[in-house]
Design a protein around this ligand. Structure first.
Ligand SMILES: Cc1cc2nc3c(=O)[nH]c(=O)nc-3n(C[C@H](O)[C@H](O)[C@H](O)COP(=O)(O)OP(=O)(O)OC[C@H]3O[C@@H](n4cnc5c(N)ncnc54)[C@H](O)[C@@H]3O)c2cc1C
Length: 261
């Protein structure tokens, strides 16, 4: 039997104070609970943050969409405001896992966990997101630091994620047929300041393909990347796809995304 202390935090300050190197925050529980059940993780304290009202909700302003960290995937998928401001973000949320996962999993839990094949990290990079925590604001490019790693410090809680509304955007992924995690996912966003091509599933951590981003910033058309080769160096190779296959998928999906914008 696995024993742990369960806490239901009334506010962010209390949740942060309760945390330690042996605790986890409970948002959707879609990673934490299975990890504990499978014996992959063991926590002394589980701190439920779902009751903290300020962590949930969607706000669209002129230039940004801000999503509270405990907002569920289903809420992002169904939000009329997001569908209008950044339709590709709703499409991404609609493609996560299955209805059970979308009805419990949260955006904050997803980016804190930083699974190499998760969808939201690519949206954060492509949409120049700013991650608001209880201590600071972090640019997405600095937030994701490695496989299942972020720059979050002990006791730091993601409060919300602020996305910049792009001129055009599209997210295209090849989902794992069982889990729907991305074997490769490519999020293309065209901003006034330039284009971002964010890739998930291909390497150990989400990244901005600076080469593709640079080419598309100069000429935003699928044909512009026809003659570019995406290197397979550092790409994942497993039973689902080889590194070379993934590298080719990055290019194919980047083209598809540009065409869908
Ligand atoms: C069967 C299955 C299929 C899935 N398919 C996909 C998929 O296709 N695409 C995809 O992207 N994801 C997928 N997921 C992941 C899922 O979407 C969840 O987003 C993810 O599991 C974590 O979110 P959560 O809210 O459940 O977090 P939890 O499990 O509650 O927490 C996960 C971690 O994040 C930390 N955390 C949570 N909230 C915060 C916060 N606000 N601040 C700081 N730290 C925090 C916790 O301490 C914990 O370490 C799948 C999961 C399952 C079980």
């Amino acid at each position: 039997m696995k024993t742990f202390n369960y806490h239901s935090a009334k506010d962010v300050k209390e949740a942060s104070k309760l945390s330690s190197s042996k605790s986890a925050f409970l948002a959707g529980g879609m990673t934490t609970i299975p990890s504990m059940k499978l014996g992959l993780a063991n926590y002394k304290d589980i701190i439920n943050i779902k009751g903290i009202k300020k962590l949930s909700g969607i706000k669209v302003s002129g230039k940004t969409v801000t999503i509270g960290s405990t907002t569920k995937h289903v809420e992002v998928a169904n939000s009329k405001e997001i569908k209008k401001a950044i339709p590709s973000l709703s499409v991404l949320a609609e493609g996560i896992g299955d209805p059970q996962v979308r009805n419990r999993g949260t955006i904050g839990g997803s980016i804190a966990n930083n699974d190499p094949a998760a969808d939201y990290p690519s949206a954060c990079i492509a949409l120049n997101a700013v991650i608001h925590t209880n201590n600071r604001k972090i640019n997405a490019e600095k937030f994701f630091t490695g496989m299942f790693e972020t720059c979050l410090k002990g006791g730091e809680i993601i409060e919300s994620i602020e996305f910049t509304i792009p001129q055009k955007s599209s997210y295209q992924k090849y989902p794992n047929p069982a889990s729907r995690y991305a074997i490769v996912g490519v999020y293309v966003a065209k901003h006034k300041s330039g284009v971002n091509v964010a890739v998930t599933g291909a390497k150990s951590c989400v990244y901005n393909d600076k080469n593709l981003s640079g080419i598309l910033s100069k000429s935003f058309s699928a044909d512009a990347i026809n003659n570019t080769k995406v290197s397979s160096s550092g790409m994942n190779s497993d039973i689902h796809a080889s590194a070379d296959y993934r590298a080719n998928m990055v290019k194919v999906f980047a083209k598809k995304a540009v065409e869908a914008c």
